[in-house]
Write a protein of this length. Structure first.
Length: 241
């Protein structure tokens, strides 16, 4: 697996813990329940992130019970500075880990959400507001050529992938597909009734996961987070050092 984290060792406090890659179940999800605290990937990553950036992080997730499908880590200061949307993690950029069960792939990277432009009445807090990080993402793609160059390098040279658009029909960009900033912006224009999303992530196949130790997997995730940080900082009001 490419992103072992070795080149970033001086920057990261050593990620300790007893996480095992057997806790990544491609049929049920990422196991977080019925484990000791030092075995949970959530606590191991949160501790490492907070030590690295001297910044509190908020954990959110999709899933319930013992196995979660998607887990994110939101920098608290960037969320709290928002005058309208400080109470919602949706408004903020976040690091994430997750599983694609169809592709049998573990993902880690960056996610920026759009929410609904026309939210259902039962979910008014999920409607896109003016202070969401989504607007900075779009503005960067439309006006900053260096932003697109950065994304191209991560995808074409480093093996990252991008998924963009409506959550039910995300468009995927990888090193095998040429893409322009205009194409990315177009992909991000999901219908107003759909949840919009941008993900920049590094994919790890099931077979690769099975060859890693728990420590190697944690180090690889942290290395990925460090690589997507320049993109994340361009989307946030309060940057991480």
């Amino acid at each position: 697996m490419k992103h072992t984290g070795n080149e970033l060792a001086p920057a990261w406090p050593r990620a300790s813990g007893a996480f095992q890659t057997e806790f990544i179940d491609f049929n049920r999800g990422i196991r977080v329940g019925r484990l000791e605290a030092n075995q949970r990937i959530t606590q191991i990553l949160k501790t490492a992130l907070e030590a690295r950036y001297s910044e509190p992080f908020v954990i959110d997730r999709w899933g319930r019970g013992v196995f979660w499908q998607w887990i994110c880590f939101v920098p608290r200061s960037n969320r709290m500075v928002k005058k309208i949307s400080s109470g919602a993690n949706f408004s903020s950029s976040k690091f994430f880990i997750g599983l694609d069960k169809e592709e049998r792939c573990f993902q880690s990277g960056l996610q920026v959400e759009r929410g609904f432009i026309e939210a259902p009445k039962e979910y008014p807090y999920c409607q896109l507001r003016g202070d969401w990080d989504w607007h900075r993402l779009l503005r960067g793609l439309k006006t900053d050529a260096s932003f697109h160059v950065l994304l191209q390098r991560l995808v074409k040279q480093e093996g990252f992938c991008i998924r963009a658009g409506g959550w039910e029909k995300l468009k995927r960009f990888s090193r095998n597909h040429s893409f322009s900033a205009r194409q990315l912006v177009s992909a991000l224009c999901a219908p107003p009734q759909e949840w919009g999303c941008f993900q920049l992530y590094f994919p790890v196949s099931e077979s690769e996961v099975r060859t890693c130790s728990g420590w190697e997997m944690v180090e690889a995730i942290l290395a990925v987070f460090q690589e997507v940080l320049p993109v994340m900082n361009r989307c946030m009001e309060v940057e991480l050092a």
